[in-house]
Each structure stands twice: as C-alpha cells, then as structure tokens.
Design a protein around this ligand. Structure first.
Ligand SMILES: NC(=O)c1ccc[n+]([C@@H]2O[C@H](COP(=O)([O-])OP(=O)(O)OC[C@H]3O[C@@H](n4cnc5c(N)ncnc54)[C@H](O)[C@@H]3O)[C@@H](O)[C@H]2O)c1
Length: 248
C-alpha cells in the first residue's frame, strides 16, 4: 500500500474526479477527509467508504471561505492529527463567451479555483512544515495550458493554479514538501456538454490522440503517484492525464 497511514484532504471529493481520488487513496491505505461545499454529499461519499472498511470523514466547507477552510483543517487535525496530503480539486465552471461573461461569473470561478486552492494550501502548510512532510496536488486543466473558447474565467483560473503550484513547489521544497499539478482529461459531468452535444463532441474527440473520453478511475492513479513516496523527487511538475490532448 502506497499511502499507508497517510492523512489526506481532498476538496470537492463528494463526486466526480475527487470522489474517485478519495477512493483510490483509501485503497492505498490512507485516511481521507472529503471536504466539499455540499456537506451532505461529502458525508454520503465518506459513509460509502466507511461501509466498505475504509477510513473517511465528510466535511461541509466552501473552499473560497477562509474561515470555513481553517475550521475544516482544525477538525481533521482533532480527528486524526496532521494532514500529509492535500488535493486541491474543488471546481466549478460558469461558461460564457467573452461578450456575455458577467463580472459575477468571472469572480465565482476565480474564488473557487484560485482563492480556494490558496486558502487550503496556506491552511495545511504550517502543519506540513512543522512535520517536514507534505504532498500537495493541484488540479489544472488543458484549458489552463492551451486556453479554450467560452471559458476565459476558467482558463485564467487554471493557468493561475499552475503558477501557484510551481511557486509552492519552490517555496516549500526546503521543508520536504512537494507540490505538483494534474491536468485531467474530459471525464465527468463538468464536461458533459462537450462530450455529448453533437455540436462539439466529434470536434473535441478528434483532438484526443487516444480517441476516447477519460474515466475518472483511470485518472485517480496519477493522483496516487503524486501523493506517494514514488514521486519523492518530483516537484513543480504538471502531469496531463488527458489522452494526449496537450502533447506539445
Ligand atoms: N471533468 C473534467 O473533464 C475535468 C477536466 C479538467 C479538469 N477538471 C478539474 O477537475 C476538478 C474536479 O472536476 P470534476 O469534473 O470532478 O467536477 P464535479 O463538478 O464533478 O465535482 C466538483 C466538486 O467540487 C465541489 N465544489 C464546487 N465548489 C466548491 C467549493 N467552493 N468548495 C468546496 N467544494 C466545492 C462540488 O460540490 C463537487 O462535489 C476540478 O478542479 C475541474 O476543474 C475536470
């Protein structure tokens, strides 16, 4: 087991990629706190893991709210002790072409992806520094690397997440803390429109060399790699699990 007795915090872990990651971590021996804005769904996801013999707790928390994040981290600390692994996965989209992108849609997306990732990073860093151990995983996207149409807010946020991951890697390396980013391919309901709408489907699929959509469960092992000691000498990197879409 690659994550035996490690304590992980997975934001946005109530569904989608985050839930797959939480389950994969538990299979590798970790105890996982599922932190999600939808507290009921977080508790349900945790209960499913516990019912199958794993260790998990679900916590309702909006990552964009600094106090809620600090309270969640304190609760995990009281429950299990310090956090070894942070996965900054919570995310939203508010899609619109530039001329119709409202300031509110811009702010909401930046608040969750950028401010939310920063809030969680800062909340766990102190404990990781004190214990001289940490694995931080950010979630970016092809949109943050290549740009995309109709998601200028999301692309800007995901590009910002990359900068945050690289700076965190440089700043925290001296404390034996790694920080890396994963760019998942289109997998879950967040990308349902491009995967199912006849107007986009084939055009998008043509850009994926492996020629198929991702399954969240085949992206989760990449998170296990960055969360484990297999990646002890890897930091500040971006790994795209996207079927080759961002080969460049
Ligand atoms: N699905 C894809 O194809 C894809 C592709 C590239 C990147 N991503 C990224 O992967 C991550 C997970 O995406 P997904 O497809 O699993 O999304 P999803 O919509 O299925 O799940 C996102 C989860 O985040 C939670 N969440 C949203 N806002 C939150 C907040 N403020 N605080 C706490 N929790 C919050 C939601 O409640 C939900 O449980 C996101 O960062 C997304 O941008 C997804």
């Amino acid at each position: 087991m690659q994550l035996k007795d490690r304590i992980a915090l997975v934001t946005g872990g109530a569904q989608g990629i985050g839930e797959s990651v939480a389950r994969a971590f538990v299979r590798e021996g970790a105890q996982v706190a599922i932190v999600d804005r939808d507290g009921d769904a977080a508790e349900r996801a945790a209960a499913t893991i516990v019912a199958s013999g794993g260790a998990a707790i679900g916590i309702g928390c909006d990552v964009a709210d600094r106090e809620q994040v600090q309270a969640a981290v304190a609760r995990i600390g009281a429950h299990w002790g310090g956090i070894d692994i942070l996965v900054n996965n919570a995310g939203i989209t508010r899609t619109a072409m530039l001329d119709r992108m409202t300031p509110d849609a811009w702010q909401q997306v930046l608040a969750v992806h950028l401010t939310g990732s920063f809030n969680c990073l800062q909340a766990v860093a102190e404990g990781m520094i004190a214990r001289r151990y940490g694995r931080i995983i950010f979630v970016t996207s092809a949109a943050g690397v290549l740009g995309t149409i109709g998601q200028i807010n999301y692309s800007a946020a995901k590009a910002g997440v990359l900068g945050m991951a690289k700076s965190a890697a440089r700043e925290l390396a001296r404390h034996n803390i790694t920080a890396n980013a994963i760019a998942p391919g289109a997998a879950t309901q967040m990308t349902e429109t491009i995967r199912t709408d006849e107007r986009f489907k084939d055009k998008y699929l043509d850009r994926i060399p492996l020629g198929r959509w991702a399954d969240a469960d085949e992206i989760a092992p990449v998170f296990v790699f960055f969360a484990s000691d297999a990646s002890a000498y890897v930091t500040g990197q971006v790994l795209a699990a996207d079927g080759g879409m961002t080969i460049y």
